[in-house]
Design a protein around this ligand. Structure first.
Ligand code: IPE
Ligand code: IPE
Ligand code: MG
Length: 294
């Protein structure tokens, strides 16, 4: 039987879900699932039991998200920093991850798992990939931009989260999705992750709804600014090209317009070529990794 689909909402939960769904809903929610060890201590159970209940809570939370029409969920399951914990705890978490994620991912297509992840590592890796593209002659230095960096992140296939929730009362991001959450609604809740309830999720969504117009405004003005910056870069590129070819940079506006269109199309082509090469590089890397670990 399905782990996520089994169990329905109670009548009261369904009633409240319908009211909440009348407002703007987050399409993508990210969770920092924190507080497993404090929960174990509070309930006088083994630490591993706390982690195990944490994984089970994820399955339950995904079911609520499904019922609420949330199409995508990203979870912080294990950070690179977490390797510093005792060997026993790390081994226990790896065992749980193997068991529980294979089951969850079998039946889910809307879950992204950040495991052995930190955001700074992800961002610096994206910067290295762009430097590689320039070095290989696939990109011009002027192609490097915020939107290209977006495309080099591991999350390139997902929209940025609308809502990020951290449990256990900690009010920091602990190196999670730093780039992707600058226009997300951040909600910090004191509940420990294994005790997370449908009502906690509703509360977080209500907070998102209360801030919806401000979030939307910030996102729109950022996108507008990004478009303006790209246009400025393209204009500067054309000016340089015209000067190199011995034309006055402000002289012939038709020549300028034609060159601008050509430069934009060429930039798009370079970027597509670079992203394809990057995809091949990543596939090669994973194939070699699978061969080593087989
Ligand atoms: C989150 O709970 C799970 C992982 C980091 C793997 P913790 O293990 O951090 O539990 P607390 O925060 O110490 O209670
Ligand atoms: C963040 O929790 C990572 C995960 C929830 C997987 P931690 O408990 O490891 O983070 P810090 O140490 O409190 O920042
Ligand atoms: Mg913690």
């Amino acid at each position: 039987m399905s782990w996520i689909r089994e169990g329905e909402l109670t009548i009261l939960e369904r009633f409240c879900a319908n009211i909440i769904k009348a407002g703007p809903m987050p399409k993508h929610v990210a969770f920092i699932m924190d507080g497993n060890r404090r929960y174990a201590q509070k309930c006088h159970v083994e630490r591993q039991q706390g982690h195990s209940q944490g994984f089970d809570k994820l399955a339950q939370t995904l079911r609520w998200c499904l019922n609420l029409g949330i199409r995508e969920v990203t979870v912080y399951a294990f950070s690179i920093e977490n390797f510093k914990r005792s060997k026993e705890e790390v081994d226990g978490l790896m065992d749980l991850a193997r068991q529980k994620f294979s089951r969850l991912l079998e039946e889910q297509c809307f879950l992204n798992v950040c495991f052995a992840y930190t955001s700074r590592h992800e961002i610096s890796n994206a910067v290295r990939e762009m430097a590689w593209g320039v070095e290989q002659g696939l990109l011009e230095p002027s192609d490097v931009s915020e939107s290209l960096l977006d495309k080099c992140l591991y999350t390139n296939n997902s929209p940025d989260p609308d809502l990020l929730i951290r449990t256990s009362g900690e009010v920091r991001l602990s190196d999670f999705l730093l780039w992707q959450t600058s226009h997300s609604c951040l909600v910090f809740q004191s509940v420990l992750w294994p005790e997370y309830s449908f009502w906690n999720l509703c509360e977080a969504i209500l907070r998102f709804q209360m801030n919806y117009s401000a979030l939307q405004k910030a996102r729109d003005s950022y996108m507008e600014e990004r478009r303006r910056q790209q246009m400025e870069r393209d204009q500067a590129y054309v000016t340089k090209k015209l000067q190199q070819e011995g034309f006055a940079s402000h002289g012939d506006s038709r020549r300028r317009r034609t060159l601008l269109q050509k430069c934009t199309a060429m930039r798009e082509e370079r970027i597509q070529g670079f992203l394809q090469a990057l995809e091949h590089k990543r596939v090669d890397f994973f194939e070699r990794l699978c061969m080593v670990s087989a």
